[in-house]
Design a protein around this ligand. Structure first.
Ligand code: PLP
Length: 403
């Protein structure tokens, strides 16, 4: 239909999938090859070693599945648990909710600690529940590191301290789908037993890979786990991966992309990647404050550096802002999910991103809010973010200093 084209580029600011750097796109644009050839392990074996650097682990074992984060959730539980096993999980957003539901569908008996949406996992309550579990019936604690639905980051290290303080043997399961490769995540130092992620967020790839990193303690549990698994069975991968192969046809283009994504991350340096995410998130938060709006995250200690969930004022619908942004300004913002549907919109600020890209999204959010009647001061958000970037001497200055 004439006139239907949206000129210019789409501004993708949902909290995943994220923008894919050109060089990663190009790396995936490759002819197919024999995944059982003698050359194939040259691609695959370094991927495992390099992913361990991203998870910050020495002894963890990495598994790569053609899947998304949800598949990795399933793999983490079915490979290490048996139906009827008790699990302890904090629920404070749509993704912690969905992981719990998935565990229940596999027959796990999940004890849910409800936390207010906008807060995160409570190490104190977790410690209390574990202390009360004298017979050590609870087999695992499930924590979503970064709750993408509410823009809340939980303190995983504190959860590990809580488990240790209770002298409890439960394994620590962590969803790092919207944190790993964007927010500091330390598998070994934090004593995480099973961490999972997907390819479409911090790794700057299309969706299509579910990645699990498994501690040796969790690997030992796989021997007794009786949950049904077939496609996601760690054992099949553990047999074939060490020689560089997969038990079935891997997602070849995504593996080429993953190689390039890891190169991109290591060239910038993981610490710089984490600092950049903190810096861009802080600029976004300055804009929100200047608009006179509130984040869903109730306290700065919960602030997420990958996604800001911004509450719209009473009487307005966040979905209208998102609709306006998409249709009028070619800007994709994240929706409010479930309990917070309509109450907020989200700006995803993760992946391959710099100040000017983010300022585009902030401007678009500002214009869309005004269009639907939310009277923020024009330019207030962009000005506040700019001032933050100027004062923080961030990205650009560091890059110039390094040149
Ligand atoms: N966990 C978190 C924290 C997420 O943000 C998501 C998706 O956004 C998922 C799990 C589910 O991952 P996927 O959509 O890749 O299956």
């Amino acid at each position: 239909m004439a006139g239907a084209r949206r000129p210019g580029r789409n501004f993708l600011f949902v909290p995943g999938p994220t923008n894919i750097p050109e060089r990663i796109l190009r790396a995936m644009h490759a002819p197919m090859e024999d995944h059982r050839s003698p050359d194939f392990p040259k691609l695959t074996l370094p991927l495992y070693e390099d992913l361990k650097k991203v998870f910050q682990t020495k002894d963890g074992q990495v598994f790569i599945f053609p899947a998304s984060g949800t598949g990795a959730w399933e793999a983490s539980l079915t490979n290490t648990r048996s139906p009827g096993d008790k699990m302890l999980a904090a629920r404070f957003g749509q993704f912690s909710h969905l992981w719990i539901e998935l565990a229940r569908r596999h027959g796990l008996d999940v004890i849910v600690q409800e936390e207010e949406w906008g807060t995160g996992a409570s190490p104190e309550r977790i410690e209390e529940a574990l202390r009360a579990d004298k017979n050590h019936e609870i087999k695992g604690v499930m924590v979503v590191h970064n709750e993408t639905a509410t823009g809340v980051t939980s303190d995983v290290a504190a959860v590990r301290r809580a488990i240790d303080a209770a002298k409890h043997p439960a394994l620590l399961y962590v969803d790092g789908v919207s944190s790993i490769a964007s927010i500091d995540f330390r598998m070994d130092e934090w004593g995480v037993d099973l961490a999972i992620t997907g390819s479409q967020k911090g790794l700057m790839l299309p969706a299509g890979l579910g990645i699990a990193c498994v501690s040796q303690k969790a690997m030992a549990e796989t021997k007794n786990a009786t949950c049904t698994k077939a496609y996601f069975d760690f054992a099949d991968h553990a047999r074939t991966n060490p020689s560089g192969y997969f038990p079935y046809t891997p997602a070849l283009p995504l593996l080429y992309g993953l190689r390039e994504a890891l190169n991109v991350l290591f060239e910038e340096g993981l610490d710089n990647v984490f600092a950049r995410h903190r810096y861009l998130a802080s600029g976004t938060r300055a804009a929100v404050e200047a608009w006179g709006l509130k984040l869903c995250a109730k306290d700065p200690k919960w602030h997420s550096d990958t996604v800001s969930a911004i509450m719209v004022p009473e009487g307005f619908n966040g979905a209208d802002v998102i609709d306006r942004a998409y249709r009028r300004y070619n800007l994709a913002l994240g929706a409010g999910l479930s309990q917070v549907a309509g109450k907020l919109f989200r700006i995803g600020h993760l992946g391959d991103l710099n100040e000017l890209m983010l300022l585009g999204a902030i401007a678009g959010a500002e214009m869309s809010m005004r269009d639907v009647g939310i009277e923020v001061e024009p330019g207030a958000g962009i000005a506040a973010a700019q001032e933050y970037f100027r004062g923080a001497q961030g990205l650009g200055e560091r890059r110039l200093a390094a040149e």
